[in-house]
Design a protein around this ligand. Sequence first.
Ligand SMILES: *Cc1c(COP(=O)(O)O)cnc(C)c1O
Length: 379
Amino acid sequence: MKPATRLVHFESCPNDRFRPVATPLYLTTTFEQQSAFEFGQYDYSRSGNPTRAVLERQLADLEGAAKAFCFSSGLAAITAVTRLLNPKGEILASAFLYGGTCRLFTKLSQYSGLAVRYVGSTDVNSFRREIGPATRLVYIETPTNPLLRVIDIAGVAKVAHESGALLCVDNTMMSPYLQNPLLHGADIVVHSATKSLAGHSDVTAGVVAVRDTAIGEEVYSIQNGEGAVLSPFDCYLLLRGMKTLGIRLDRQESNAQKILGFLTQQSAVRHVYYPGLNDDVTGELHGSQARGGGCVISFDTGSKEASQRFVEALELFAITVSFGSVASSVSMPAFMSHVSVPLSLRSQNGLLSDLVRLSIGIEDADDLIGDLSQALAKT
Ligand SMILES: *Cc1c(COP(=O)(O)O)cnc(C)c1O
């Protein structure tokens, strides 16, 4: 099955005698047992819940994973992955990371035995130069948030594996509809399902998907043992939202293409960032590992004040952190989602104060371009 079909054709409720078409919401914390010594399929909703099981199976299938696990946020999912390294070990992370992930890694290296080092460039050779015998996990995002730089998943996976390390890819920017890192050699995929997967700005959720069953058992014991699980109601909302992931992203991307055509013609806009735009080599690399460019466009104006005037003049684009929703939004990442990226990393990853990030929704493209146009006139 192609991704668009798979999104709506899955086992929505295995073994239910009523054969419901939509997955029922099991709002129950416990499940009655036959006796003190006999356990049913489920006993306690932290350990397992039928609504969550359907969602986790569907996410595993969409990512080509052996197993997937849902957490109460993207950061809870990423935290669970770092637990695989306990008690100590080194994470070699790309310097092009979501701000909250940087903050988590900084805290972990202060309070636990974990060490974190950053690679300040997106090419495979830089990872090869920096990886060391203590590295147990290589951690990347591609395309990166917010500059949409592309990293070669298969190339970095090879570097990691030659050194005995695992590769984890944060696939939030693409979602499983557009990119499946496990099929290119990654071992672990994480998502902030808060973004495109849920898609309606109403669920905070995270996913860990793994290729290997043994790693899956470890992640399960962390999910159950630490307890940052996704609630049944949020699982239900996420399952419902994911059915339209394909048509939402198709529409968001076609809107994004029209907006790219507009933005690249504007004198007030200096550089536009989108996966592979203006660079054939990167475009080819992205095309070899993804099925589209997604719904996020960034650009700079050369002046923080001009960017601020633009952002505040927009009417359809709400000023919010986050991206991937049906409604368009705008942010200035250096002051919002990425405020906790340390200055030492910003000099490596080029996160500048005039950067504007647009998340393109499913509205009419002409309305969006009209809004962008009137706001640019005010810079
Ligand atoms: C938002 C985001 C996260 C964190 O997810 P939450 O659901 O907000 O905890 C992680 N990675 C990326 C790329 C993100 O955009």
